[in-house]
Write a protein that binds this ligand. Structure first.
Ligand code: OOG
Ligand code: MG
Length: 257
């Protein structure tokens, strides 16, 4: 065990620099103990760096809402992170590979919030606070070496959030259950799942966001977008490759490096 003990703001600053310079850092958890609550404090401090540079909070993301993701990354609890306007990649557009460290892509469902959420809601109530849904790709890019982390590490790192692409908004369907979800790279299918893989019902992921948002003092307000979490493994995307995600009935979305 190393003797170095960093203050929470120092950790936030290291993570911010890692993202800005594309230079990964060692996991915090191998150097000092970080509780889950402290990790969320680091995340808030990290976002403060981004707000200070002019970025705006536009939504939240849920993570580890599927068995596939928990197994791939070796963790076992839900996490949530923050999305800013600077992370948005235009649908069918291009992103700079050089602004990432070791980016991975994953297929997701995204909710658009229609009115301020008053507090914790259940999976039936949340439907009344959403006016559109769409297929999305999340680009995750851990600031830790080898994309390896503990639960506290990844929370502190804003849950690997780095980019996201949104497909055309669709009216809220009768049900979000049992929708096949696919991820392709250069038109080749690399991962497939089902919306049921997201907590048996993607609305539960949004309900969990209202619970965790309430617990950690992060309001969910009208106009925000919420990513429900990936239904499949995330896949690395290389320079000049193109990623496409499809959720049956909701449509497709894509971008390239
Ligand atoms: C953490 C983010 C998890 C998801 O959809 O489950 C996540 C990671 O895997 O790096 O975004
Ligand atoms: Mg994700």
């Amino acid at each position: 065990m190393s003797a170095s003990v960093y203050r929470l703001e120092e950790i936030a600053s290291h993570l911010h620099q890692a993202a800005r310079t594309q230079k990964p850092i060692a996991q915090i958890s191998t150097q000092q103990e970080l509780t889950i609550d402290q990790a969320y404090e680091v995340q808030e401090l990290l976002l403060q760096h981004r707000y200070n540079e002019g970025e705006k909070l536009i939504g939240l993301k849920m993570g580890f809402t599927s068995e596939a993701k928990m197994q791939q990354m070796g963790v076992n609890d839900l996490i949530w992170g923050r999305l800013t306007d600077a992370m948005l990649i235009e649908n069918a557009g291009k992103a700079q590979r050089s602004s990432y460290i070791h980016p991975r892509v994953e297929p997701e469902i995204c909710f658009r919030i229609s009115k301020d959420i008053p507090g914790e809601l259940n999976e039936h109530e949340v439907i009344n606070y959403v006016d559109a849904v769409c297929t999305a790709i999340e680009v995750i890019d851990s600031r830790y070496e080898n994309f390896k982390f503990s639960l506290a590490d990844v929370i502190a790192d804003n849950c690997s959030s780095t980019g996201f692409v949104l497909g055309p908004w669709q009216p809220v369907p009768e049900s979000l259950n049992n929708l096949p979800m696919r991820l392709s790279i250069n038109q080749e299918l690399v991962a497939s799942g089902n919306s049921n893989d997201i907590m048996n019902n993607p609305w539960r992921s949004l309900a969990a966001a209202t619970r965790l948002g309430t617990q950690y003092g992060q309001p969910i307000t009208a106009g925000m977008i919420i990513l429900a979490g990936a239904a499949t493994n995330a896949e690395f995307l290389q320079q000049h490759q193109e990623a496409t995600a499809t959720v049956e009935t909701l449509g497709s979305v894509g971008f390239r490096f």
